[in-house]
Design a protein around this ligand. Structure first.
Ligand SMILES: [Zn+2]
Length: 263
């Protein structure tokens, strides 16, 4: 059976089997280097991978109503990381961010949004696992109406064209089932002078190449498309971003790359 088309090259001319893991097959497009899951697992199996199974999810629901951001384990570490990343984002935006509209797609526990709140930015967030955001909502109740717990593709349609000044998606685009369509949505809701910042695993790193099937970036229930520094610009151009800067991550040596995208 033929492999699914590469979403960058739009064909499967140079696609071959790469690694099999958890009963799923990763294939690689040798024309552009994209590594991707050929045939996605069932929705229920993919959802299980996100909630981390029963116990963790149960505990979060049980203690959720009283938890604040400061109660999250390693809160200091996450805060420091978020400070560094938000500083990077503000530099990329290069203008005062006060009172601007910002959405963090895949906001997880909301540490980046917390930095934005502290910078007087209007915050919106998308997080599929609802209970992850409970401590954020308890800590910043004024911001909770902007938090959505649905797929980004559903959330995007709620916003007018050119609504956002800043969009971030840290460790998220590798999870998208249809990243080209999702990036087109982001392009539509981003202002013409706005900035979109991503971070995603880098298939071009030495570790990814040498470790091949043992590389930590391969998680076929979650990471459906894995890009590299070398192919990302072409992909982002296709989605409508004409100005794309691919760069090293804020946290050096973690196997990711970052990119700053403008229309
Ligand atoms: Zn390709």
């Amino acid at each position: 059976m033929a492999f699914r088309n590469c979403i960058i090259c739009k064909n499967n001319d140079n696609v071959e089997s790469y690694c099999e893991q958890d009963g799923q097959l990763y294939v690689k497009c040798n024309s552009c280097g994209l590594i991707y899951v050929d045939d996605f697992a069932s929705q229920s199996n993919m959802n299980k991978a996100y909630t981390g199974g029963g116990l963790k999810s149960f505990r979060r629901k049980l203690f959720g109503p009283i938890r604040r951001m400061r109660h999250i384990s390693r809160a200091k570490h996450f805060t420091q990381r978020a400070e560094d990343i938000f500083k990077f984002v503000k530099n990329a935006y290069a203008r005062p961010a006060e009172d601007k509209n910002y959405i963090d797609i895949g906001c997880n526990k909301g540490f980046l949004l917390e930095q934005a709140v502290k910078n007087e930015v209007n915050v919106y967030g998308v997080e599929l696992v609802q209970e992850l955001m409970t401590p954020f909502k308890n800590t910043y109740p004024k911001s909770k109406n902007g938090i959505f717990h649905e797929r980004f593709s559903n959330v995007a349609s709620k916003f007018d064209d050119e609504f956002f000044d800043i969009v971030t998606a840290m460790d998220v685009i590798e999870h998208f089932e249809d990243p080209l369509s999702d990036l087109k949505h982001i392009c539509r809701i981003l202002k013409s002078d706005g900035v979109f910042v991503i971070q995603t695993p880098d298939v071009d790193t030495k570790e990814a190449i040498e470790q091949k099937c043992a590389w930590g970036g391969l998680k076929p229930l979650e990471h459906l498309h894995l890009f590299g520094k070398s192919n990302f610009e072409k992909f982002a151009n296709d989605a409508g971003f004409s100005d794309v800067i691919v760069c090293d991550p804020v946290e050096y040596g973690d196997g990711n790359f970052m990119a700053i995208l403008k229309k």
